[in-house]
Design a protein around this ligand. Structure first.
Ligand SMILES: Cc1ncc(COP(=O)(O)O)c(C=O)c1O
Length: 396
């Protein structure tokens, strides 16, 4: 077999995949597994978005578009950023991407050299650890801890920054934590980034899934931050469009021109149909988003309430996204063991916290992007599985 490149030798298959391989095996044996692992809304894309895509396709939107995307969509993105986030961008400062995933790849790869370091949340969505490795750079995890309400502690950033640190990644709201950074926290992070002259990636893909009246703040809008921030956002989570593969990058022109050169040689542009769907998503009614968020809130309340009454586990009530990071340290099992235990004893699939970084030890990620009926069934099964567990002897 042809030898893989050195950089790919260091890239493992996602540990989440291992769990899903086990889930598939159980399902093929006829076991009724409830999936609380997957990170995508269980709703269909709102009909007006799909209709707009079909109409555009019928009307000839089947050709190449400009690399950065159709001007209509880029202008709509600029209006959104201005109205909702007080961010001013020209439409030439927007690149429409193949999901936020492409934005993550391009924004890191266009600026990292071998030997560079990137400060990345621990725990965090996996791409932020592996894409730096693919570039010969190193991701350095900064801890997000339950005892700090999953807020960024700038003292950790100060401890971890070195002369090699080039970039800082923020996920707000967070996958896998569901945590939302407070305005004061972001202000401190912005001052830190300026003091150390760092380029900041702000992944805001869950910005619309916020609860209890919380407001989203983009760090790019803080003084001195626009010129050093790359905003990544998309349509997958807010508009239930995971399969469409459309997102965007917003950044100052000097950064955009670098990323656009990479983007054009990787994908040319994202699908024209997806772009017209995304345009309809931004320009049309936002009522479906509000309804979906309200449904997520009801599920979050239900699941948190149930879990916090169970033996050996507890969770903070998350402020955003559709994940619960459940503390399982009272069960006497580590994250992987507990995930396997739930899968085989309760037939409930979750993701071990360690899949997202070392700070995820002692936790599992539960996604509540599934029907309330499924959640009720899953909570009953988890509760029974916990009752059957021999409780560890508490430390004196
Ligand atoms: C933080 C974060 N960023 C980006 C993505 C990927 O988004 P997309 O489907 O638009 O590529 C995900 C998906 O789970 C995510 O959790």
């Amino acid at each position: 077999m042809m030898r893989q490149s050195k950089k790919m030798e260091a890239i493992p298959f996602s540990p989440i995949r291992k769990i899903f391989a086990e889930v598939d095996k159980l399902k093929s044996e006829g076991v009724d597994v409830i999936g609380l692992g997957i990170g995508e809304p269980d709703f269909d894309t709102p009909a007006h978005i799909t209709d707009a895509m079909v109409a555009a396709t019928r009307n000839g939107a089947t050709h190449y578009t400009p690399n950065k995307g159709i001007p209509e969509l880029r202008k709509a993105i600029c209006r959104k950023l201005k109205d909702e986030d007080t961010l001013e961008y020209d439409s030439e400062e927007i690149i429409c991407t193949v999901g936020v995933s492409e934005g993550v790849f391009v924004s890191l790869s266009a600026f990292l050299d071998p030997g560079d370091e990137v400060l990345v949340p621990d725990p965090s969505w996996l791409n932020y650890s592996h894409v730096p490795t693919m570039n010969g750079a190193t991701s350095i995890g900064y801890p997000l801890l339950e005892k700090n309400n999953f807020q960024i502690d700038v003292r950790d950033l100060e401890r971890l920054v070195t002369p090699r640190t080039k970039m800082l990644v923020i996920l707000d709201p967070s996958n896998p934590l569901g945590g939302v950074q407070e305005r004061e926290t972001l202000e401190k992070v912005a001052r830190f980034a300026i003091a150390h002259d760092l380029l900041v990636i702000s992944d805001e893909i869950y910005e619309k899934i916020l609860f209890d009246g919380r407001k989203h703040y983009s760090i790019a809008a803080f003084p001195g931050m626009r010129e050093r921030t790359i905003v990544l956002n998309g349509f997958a989570k807010a508009y239930a469009m995971t399969g469409w593969r459309i997102g965007y990058i917003a950044a100052p022109a000097d950064l955009i021109q670098v990323m656009n050169r990479m983007h054009m040689y990787i994908v040319t542009h994202t699908s024209s149909q997806a772009q017209w769907g995304a345009f309809a998503a931004l320009e049309g009614s936002q009522e479906p988003v509000r309804e979906m968020v309200e449904e997520f809130r009801k599920r979050r309340d239900y699941v948190c309430e149930r879990l916090n009454r169970m033996k050996g586990v507890s969770c903070l009530v998350p402020g955003g996204a559709f994940y619960i990071f459940l503390n399982i340290s009272g069960t006497g099992k580590n994250s992987e063991e507990f995930t396997r235990y739930l899968l085989h004893e309760a037939n409930v699939a979750v993701v071990p916290g360690t899949a997202f970084g070392a700070c995820g030890e002692g936790y599992i990620r539960i996604s509540y992007a599934t029907s309330i009926e499924n959640l009720e069934k899953a909570m009953g099964r988890i509760e029974r599985a916990l009752d059957q567990l021999e409780q560890p002897v508490p430390a004196l």
